[in-house]
Design a protein around this ligand. Structure first.
Ligand code: SF4
Ligand code: SF4
Length: 81
C-alpha cells in the first residue's frame, strides 16, 4: 500500500486563531505557529481523518481531504465469493 498523502487545508483568511483545531488533533498532526497565530499542518500523511479539527472549527477554515487512492484495498486480497 502506498503512503497516504492526505491534505489538511487551512484557509488563513477565515482562521481566527482560536487553536481549537490544534487542541482537537489528538495525534499532533497540527502544530501551532505562535507568531502568526495559525495552525501548521505538520504530518498530513499520519492523519487518521477523524474530522475533529474540521468539525470543531467555528469558521469552517480547515478542511480534511483524505487520500482515498491510498486506502483502496488491493484486489488480490479480495476473496472470490
Ligand atoms: S479551529 Fe479554525 S479558526 Fe480556529 S485556529 Fe483552527 S482553523 Fe483557525
Ligand atoms: S482529521 Fe483528525 S487526525 Fe487529521 S488533522 Fe484533523 S484532528 Fe488531526
Amino acid at each position: 500500500m502506498s503512503r497516504a498523502m492526505n491534505r489538511i487545508i487551512v484557509n488563513k483568511d477565515l482562521c481566527i486563531g482560536c487553536q481549537i483545531c490544534f487542541k482537537a488533533c489528538f495525534i499532533d498532526i497540527i502544530k501551532w505557529d505562535k507568531e502568526n497565530r495559525k495552525p501548521i499542518i505538520k504530518y498530513p500523511e499520519e492523519c487518521v481523518q477523524c474530522g475533529f479539527c474540521e468539525l470543531n472549527c467555528p469558521k469552517g477554515a480547515i478542511k480534511v481531504e483524505p487520500d482515498y487512492d491510498a486506502y483502496v484495498f488491493p484486489r488480490e486480497h479480495i476473496c472470490d465469493m
